[in-house]
Design a protein around this ligand. Structure first.
Ligand SMILES: Cc1cc2nc3c(=O)[nH]c(=O)nc-3n(C[C@H](O)[C@H](O)[C@H](O)COP(=O)(O)OP(=O)(O)OC[C@H]3O[C@@H](n4cnc5c(N)ncnc54)[C@H](O)[C@@H]3O)c2cc1C
Length: 401
């Protein structure tokens, strides 16, 4: 049976980034991805328009991924947060925080293209595409992994198994790691539109029926994330373009003038998942396999990348057995604050912004006003929003921080 030091199961946005970060580290690393290496066949590289935090952009630059996809990104220089029918509003301007941008928007498909191109340049990584992890067993200080490939079954022994295999993680269930999950009973519709007035700001608007976000994209387009109650999702999916635009105006308003040319609509039922543990003997969970968040705060990939960067940094610094128990315990300890804090903030935002009780409406408006007016409060929010939370991985602190 072939031996490797690290087997990453799942080459989505997080697993591929981790594999790139470990390439050339001296560790024998294999990356097993169930899908073929084509951007339109890979479920992680789809229609989502991602808001990437500044720390994420820094890291993608340092990893050599940005060189392949950065031209398709749009800087986020201003952010506007409001609640329909209430007086509070938060306006953030990067220039007032001493940075040129809070981060950037980029379609997941373009980031996927960048990751695939960068994976092609990897020197030591063993890439196993169309390869699905189907069974694991602990054996003599390692994990024996069974992989289903186009050419039949293959077996590998690894000193560390990393589950980067998404929300329905096989690795998580095979390790017997329990998770808390919540069905938000909301569905997000993702599409692009072209606003009549130029969009130079990332908008997040909370409404009683769920949030709506409009993100600036290239070619004067805006990326829409419209969240509706799942009970209403079938009706919204069946709307024609004019009906969808009318719903969007009803929820978002007219601050960008008429919204036209809606692109293809894709929907995502929204769930929260939080693994009770992120390490097990000779195994670690990262990205959506460890925690899947409501997209309201645009934190899922940003947080998952920080998992990957922290793990890569620790494996490289440690140098010895990548599955050493003390190393994995320290990894879980280091990720605790960021993981817990970011997941709790996304969850609170998803619930808090939809609640219609009058005292809460008032408090919410006051809270938004306070964030708009009180500089230190805003500075703390901005720093966290840019992905600088807790102990920041070195790769995220590159020249652009
Ligand atoms: C509508 C929406 C908007 C979002 N917007 C943002 C945003 O603005 N900013 C942000 O940071 N995040 C955002 N997110 C979250 C972000 O998309 C996810 O957090 C991110 O895609 C997770 O990546 P991942 O690699 O952990 O998991 P996944 O993308 O699920 O990838 C898992 C990979 O593992 C593979 N796989 C699964 N099982 C196996 C197996 N047994 N063997 C081998 N391979 C396997 C799959 O084929 C897949 O490629 C958004 C999410 C949604 C739904």
């Amino acid at each position: 049976m072939e031996n490797v030091d690290v087997l990453i199961a799942g080459g989505g946005l997080v697993g591929a980034s981790l594999a790139i970060a470990l390439d050339g580290s001296g560790l024998r690393v294999a990356l097993a991805e169930a899908a073929p290496p084509k951007v339109d066949l890979q479920p992680s590289y789809d229609e989502r328009n991602l808001a990437l935090a500044r720390a994420t952009v820094n890291a993608l630059e340092a990893l050599g991924v940005w060189a392949h996809c950065g031209v398709r990104a749009t800087p986020i220089r201003k952010i506007h947060v409001s609640r329909q029918g209430e007086f509070g509003v938060v306006r953030l301007d990067a220039a007032r925080h001493g940075v040129d941008a809070f981060g950037a928007t980029l379609p997941a498909r373009e980031l996927g293209n960048g990751l695939l191109a960068r994976l092609d340049d990897c020197r030591t990584l063993q890439r196993l595409t169309r390869t699905k992890l189907t069974a694991i067993a602990h054996a003599d200080g390692a994990i024996a992994a069974t992989l289903a490939t186009a050419d039949g079954e293959r077996r590998l022994r690894t000193r560390l198994l990393i589950g980067a295999d998404g929300t329905n993680s096989f690795v998580r269930s095979a390790l017997g790691i329990e998770s808390e999950s919540i069905d938000y009973a909301q569905t997000a519709f993702v599409a692009t539109v072209t606003p009549e007035r130029a969009i130079d700001c990332a908008y997040e608007r909370f409404t009683a029926t769920g949030p709506v976000a409009l993100l600036p994209l290239t070619q004067s387009r805006a990326g829409v994330v419209l969240t509706v109650p799942t009970a209403d999702a079938t009706r919204v999916a069946a709307l024609d373009d004019a009906g969808f635009i009318a719903l969007l105006h009803e929820r978002f308003g007219w601050r960008l003038g008429k919204l036209v040319r809606p692109g293809r609509r894709v929907s995502y039922p929204l769930h929260r998942l939080y693994a009770r543990r992120i390490v097990a003997p000779r195994a670690v969970l990262v990205g959506n396999a460890a925690q899947t968040l409501h997209p309201i705060g645009a934190q899922g990939f940003n947080l998952g990348l920080r998992d990957a960067l922290t793990l890569a940094e620790m494996l490289v610094d440690h140098g010895g057995d990548p599955g050493a128990p003390a190393l994995l315990t320290e990894y879980a300890r280091r990720r605790h604050e960021d993981r817990d804090g970011t997941a709790a903030a996304s969850d609170a935002l998803a619930r808090w912004t939809a609640n219609e009780s009058p005292p809460l409406k008032f408090l919410r408006s006051v809270g938004l006003l306070a964030l708009d007016r009180i500089a230190p409060l805003q500075a703390a929010l901005v720093r966290r929003g840019m992905g600088f939370r807790g102990r920041v991985p070195r790769l995220a602190l590159s020249k652009l921080s």
